[in-house]
Each structure stands twice: as C-alpha cells, then as structure tokens.
Write a protein that binds this ligand. Structure first.
Ligand code: FES
Ligand code: FE
Length: 415
C-alpha cells in the first residue's frame, strides 16, 4: 500500500457538483498529501515584485516544512532558491522578509550572492568546488509583477496564464508600486475551505455588509454578461451597468472580455463595475490613496480582479492594489496573507491612511475567517455528508475540480 492509498480512495468518492469527502478536508493524511505532493505539483502565487523592490530585498514563502527565498538580484531579476544552506543544510534566512547585499548562513557563515552563487566558505579542503555548491533554484515566473513559484523539477505549463494576466495588469505597473501594509492572518480552517469561501458570493448578502456596499455581489460567479448564466439569476441591472461602462473602458484601453479558467487553465480575469458610485475597494468607496495608478487620471468606478488556482486572488483599483495568498499551516489552520500596494511616491498621512486603506478587506477577512472556521467545524462532524453546490457557486466547483484533477495527477506521478 503506497503512503497515500486512502487519498486515492477518497478522491474516487468525489461526486460531481458536491463538496469533497470529509477526510480530504480535515484529515492529517490529506494535509500531508497536500503539502508534500499536490501543492508541489502546481504553481503557487507567492508575492509581488514590489515585495522585493530593490536588489537584495528578499521575501520568504513557506508551505509547511518547505521554505523558499525569493530575492531581487543586482540585475533586477527576481529569483527563487530553497532556503537551505549547501553546507550542512541550515536555514539561511530566518526573518519573513528583509534586505541584504548577500545571503549569509547564520551557522558557519557560508555566503551566497543574490544570484545564488556561493561566494565564501571558510576552511574547506583544497579540492572543494564553490561552483558546485550554489543555492538550489526553485522555478519562478514573474507575471506582470505577480511572482509565482513551483516546487516541482518539472513545473506544469504557465504560458497562457502568463500571457492573459500580464496583458491585463501591465497598465498597473505592479513592480513600480510599494507595499504599505502586509497582514498575516491565520484562519482556523483547512486551506481548501478558505479557497472555496473565496470563490462565491452566495454568502455576501448576509455575510459582508461592508464589501457589498462597494463591490456588489455580481462578478463572483453569480453572473457576468459573457458567462451565459444571465437567465439563471437576475443580473440584468448589472449587465446594463457593465454594458454602459464598457464604452468608457474602451476609451481607456482597458476593456476586455471575461477570461474564465479557459480549457483547463487555472486563471480567471474580470473587470468588475463597482457599486453605489464607489471608486475603489475601500470601506466608504472613496479613494484610499490620492495618487492614482495605472492609466487613470480620474477616479474610476471599476476594478480588475485576477483569481488563480489554487491559492490566490487580487484586486486592481485605480488607486491601490490588494493581493491575497493562501498557504496551509496545518490540517485546520491556513495563513491568509493580504498585502496593500500604492503608488511608490504616495506619502503616508498625506496621500493614504493605512487604517482606511485596509479597513474593508480586514473586516471582510475576519468575516470570511469565521465562515471558513464554522465550515471546517461542521465538516469535522460525524454527521457530515458532501453537499450540493448552488448554481452561483460554479467557481467553487471549478476550484474543487482543479484540486481533484491536480491531486489525481500528482498521485499518479508518485506511482
Ligand atoms: Fe550553513 Fe554551515 S550550515 S554554513
Ligand atoms: Fe467572503
């Protein structure tokens, strides 16, 4: 019996249009499978290029026991390396982020360049080859300033994701922005439930009074003009709003059709019309930063959203960008990392107030944390049986189907 035999049988019980079998959400074995196998077989969103803005800036991205250094080189390239010294294996970078002209292991001070090359190692034998002991690289793709990594030696294709996302977010010039707040928030739920929660707005009317006052509930799978579901839900007023807005978007050069997980790919990109005259995703719908970004000279009543499987979502407003990454910490704990980015010349207290810019998504994150927690608690209950997704939970099902397919193919590779 292979190590993950029961995962295979749990996956075999998956029912179309229904939530997963209990053990895949709550068991220790499923957590080990996810972090040791499934999540190592896919691309994961880690951070933005603005998190490592200058040469020497590094950012540590961790999934359970695996720690990866993402670092900007002197040539301005962003690279990723395993955070494990080539001497006797100690962890090199111990802080979550920082800046250093070189990467020095704290144990015996082996010192690496920002390109991973070993520069100095004291009292090694004469035949020791420094060139053979550089840091081991991890696959990295910089998609218009969104940094994705893959822990596999044989990463899956990313070209279409790269083309589609970078084409649309290029105007926001993410690498030029600066990160002004990063929140690391632990949710008491399995990471897949936190993802499922993100992929629907079925809970928004009741669960997110602040969010729906600026974002509405459409556009999250409940219906966009292109998705053909218009007859299923009453989104005619939203359709009319978007149709009118698209003329303005054309003039700005930002009008695009919805991209929704095409042909088994793992990205969705949509421009959403904001609600109630909001010009950004802030608690009161008013500008969160006075210095606008992207092509915008005037406040704009829409935002661009990007969702990727299996661990990220991002919103691009006319005045700031907010990005989210998920990483599992244990079977029932998930790190939700939220970062807010503004124009690099914006001044705190003059152009933006950190409490104002963060208020909407901080409130929403706490509300979602509660929903994910009670979802986990209820599934961790002998009475649980997989339940049916609603029509407007299509994107939840897309996530679940992605998980099941990726898990099956990663299991097959193990054999
Ligand atoms: Fe890094 Fe010894 S383990 S220098
Ligand atoms: Fe929510």
């Amino acid at each position: 019996m292979s190590h993950f035999e029961s995962i295979a049988s749990q996956l075999a019980m998956d029912r179309k249009g229904h939530t997963l079998p209990r053990a895949l959400y709550v068991s220790e074995e499923a957590f080990q499978f996810d972090v040791e196998v499934m999540l190592k077989s896919v691309w994961l969103y880690a951070c933005t290029g603005a998190h490592v803005k200058k040469p020497g800036d590094y950012f540590i991205f961790e999934v359970a026991n695996n720690s990866i250094i993402i670092v900007r080189g002197r040539d301005m390239e962003v690279r990723a390396f395993w955070n494990s010294c080539r001497h006797r294996g100690a962890k090199i970078c111990l802080e979550q982020k920082g800046s250093s002209p070189r990467l020095m292991c704290p144990y015996h001070q082996w010192t690496y360049g920002l390109d991973g090359k070993l520069l100095a190692a004291r009292s090694m034998a004469d035949d020791f080859a420094k060139a053979d002991h550089g840091l081991h690289p991890v696959a990295l793709e910089n998609i218009g300033g969104l940094i994705f990594i893959c822990m596999s030696d044989n990463p899956p294709p990313i070209d279409r994701v790269k083309a589609d996302i970078s084409e649309q977010i290029a105007v926001y010039d993410v690498e030029k922005l600066k990160v002004v707040v990063q929140d690391d928030y632990i949710e008491d739920a399995n990471w897949k439930l936190v993802m499922e929660n993100n992929r629907e707005c079925y809970h928004c009317d009741v669960g997110h009074p602040e969010l729906i006052s600026v974002l509405g509930t459409y556009g999250f799978g409940k219906g966009l003009p292109e998705d053909g579901d218009a007859d299923i839900v009453d989104d005619s007023s939203y359709d009319a709003l978007v149709a009118a807005k698209r003329e303005e978007w054309k003039a700005l050069g930002i009008d695009r059709d919805l991209i929704e997980f095409p042909d088994g790919w793992w990205h969705r990109v949509a421009r959403l019309a904001l609600a109630n005259g909001a010009v950004t995703q802030s608690i009161d719908g008013k500008l969160a930063c006075q210095k606008l970004i992207g092509p915008f000279k005037e406040p704009e009543t829409s935002s661009l959203s990007v969702w990727t499987q299996p661990n990220s979502w991002h919103h691009f407003c006319c005045d700031h960008v907010v990005t989210f990454s998920l990483t599992p910490v244990s079977a029932d704990k998930t790190l939700l990392r939220t970062s807010w980015l503004v124009h690099e010349d914006a001044v705190e207290g003059v152009d933006y107030d950190p409490d104002h810019i963060t208020a909407l998504w901080r409130a929403t994150n706490v509300q979602d944390g509660h929903f994910s927690m009670i979802n986990h608690q209820g599934i961790n209950n002998d009475g649980y049986v997989p339940g049916p997704y609603a029509v407007e939970e299509k994107l939840v099902e897309d996530f679940k189907d992605f998980y099941v397919a990726a898990a099956r193919s990663a299991l097959k590779e193990l054999r």
